[in-house]
Design a protein around this ligand. Sequence first.
Ligand code: C2O
Ligand code: CU
Length: 709
Amino acid sequence: MERERARIAKAREALVLLAFAAGICEGQGVGGGGARPCDPPTPFGPSHDLYCIELVAAPGIKGVSGRVELANSPGPFTVSVTADGHARFVPIATVSGLPRTPHHAPRTVYVAWATTPQMDSWLNLGVVRNGRVTLRPIEFDKFNILISAERSARVREPTGRIILRGQSPSTRPFPPDLMEFSLGAAGSPPAMDHAGHDSSAWPMVPTPPGLMMLPSEMALRPEVTPFLPATDAPLPNAEPNEVLHLKDGDIVDLDAELVRRTIAGQSFTMYSYNGQYPGPLLEVSRGSEIMVRFTNHLSDSTSIHWHGIRLENAFDGVQGVSDAFTYKLRFPDAGIFWYHPHIREDIQQALGLYGNILVREPGAKVAANREQILMLQDLLVGDPGLIPFGRESPTHALMGRFGNVFLVNGEPGYRLAVRRGEVVRFYLTNASSTRTLNVSFPGARMKVVATDAGPFEREAWVESVVIAPAERYVVHVRFDKPGKVALVNKVIGLDHLFGKFFPMVDTLGVVSVASQPVQRDLGRVFAILDRRRPPLTALDRRHSLSRPPDHTLVLTLQTHGLPFVTERLMQLDSIYFAPVEWGGTMPMMNWASTGRQVRWVLKDAATGLENMDIAWHFRRGEPAKIRLVNERRAFHGMQHPIHLHGQRFLVLAVNGVPNEDLAWKDTVLVPAGAVVDILLDTQNPGEWMLHCHIAEHLSSGMMLHFTVD
Ligand code: C2O
Ligand code: CU
């Protein structure tokens, strides 16, 4: 008897230890990546309201409670979605008070379910017990969660008694009440606003098809002067870009100049480097150094920022250049980088000032049959031409300018011809002002191998690539079947007026696969997922995860003087924010918001200082942990791609879930209401910037500076 008791006690102890270890692996408590959404709320934790579902007991059920955390599923992206763009969450249930299996029903199990609001499809998420259980991923836009008592874990639909239930945060947006409609139907603002700008000077902005808008929304116009480059002089037609293979010590000339570009049959006056779109591709070796003699032929000041390159501080390119400047560039890291102006990006980058830099590791072999370097951008085009920009201050200050024409390397309708079985290495750069893309090649297998400034420690199969402005991803794609494979962007937009999610699909290009097989078949190499030495030792990783952040930065905004209808509708809308605003589904309100009414804010949690009043100091070589907190309670919550100049960093954790696949990055997407921890490698001395890479957010103040001594 005594022995039996001891044995049970020991088994229990082992179980507790196991549970504890599991908790640690999932980042709970000590050793984890910070607070989780279902933890007791803390001021700088992830949003409980967007990422945690409180379960309520069904009528007649006593003493049972629970909640479900909606965790980002592990992988190379800070936001997990399906190839079609549906949010994918890993539900983690914590339940207490479930009655022990009664003697008369020895086979009772508690099963968790996800179902659509119409209950037309059921997903068995797995068995729950008292305590914490990680369940199967959910890919519904809106869903209910139920926990039922069942005879078997393998039932297809709940048949037993419902114990607990809850609703996803995404079920909260509803068609609004009559009040909102009547508000939207009333009054239109005068054509001449108080600042004396003639709003009738603006052409109508295009809106996504199928989206209904209210009359007072339709009457909104930005209160700034419309601007587009213009000249009487005849302009050269822009050409597709060239590749410049550069050796150590080479000097190259880059000229910013006006060009004529024809896109989808319309002709526009735009900007270019050396008359090309995109700017010339600079191909260099790691460790080399080059000089760029830059001349500005534009009437406005501009600059070239070398995004992601850990160069000497004086050449970072944040200072305006009115006529000429020589940049000295060194390349300590292999990877795909890019260059663009750092003055009014919302205008200059959008009009074509961007190009890639491919830094190759000397002697490295590429496990692909060919390489394609793709710069992705969306341009906003109306009937009479490009939609003008705001001269004094950016338009689209709330969500950024979403374009309606998708460009790959400056042109719509990207084309590529390959042979059957070819493996193509794509280098993707998102040069859009605000649009985060979810791109895929439906039907072709894809693995992600590298990002901004280096490879992932583990390559991974992915169904799509989530790429925010300024991010880069390197993927290998194998085209096995003859025929056509599209390059698509598939996302789910939110129709704010009717509270429903709807698919948005754009075709960026087509790959034609010939039936003739490729000569050098790399299928065997392609099938293997490579591993590399992780950028951090296991010990450093654990230490970085558990230690408190050196700085906590809150991402938020302030507004003043927004039109009444915008103010009111956006407040109603704040009941729910999607992790990513994919499609700009409030086009009029967004368009009419300018940098004069919207101030995007980076706020230091410790000092309360904001934007350029913040001046952090780091000791060179001492890694710094920074916590990025995207404030849920902001007037408008949305994702921010945060970029740091001159250094590189690792993404340690998202909403407290440790990242198991590290890679060096310079830009990270922080989803709405989420908390992302990064570890900054402070190797490069100088005074640098940290900012949101949404061009309109940056132009509306969202930046700070820091010094590495
Ligand atoms: Cu690519 Cu400071 O930016
Ligand atoms: Cu932003």
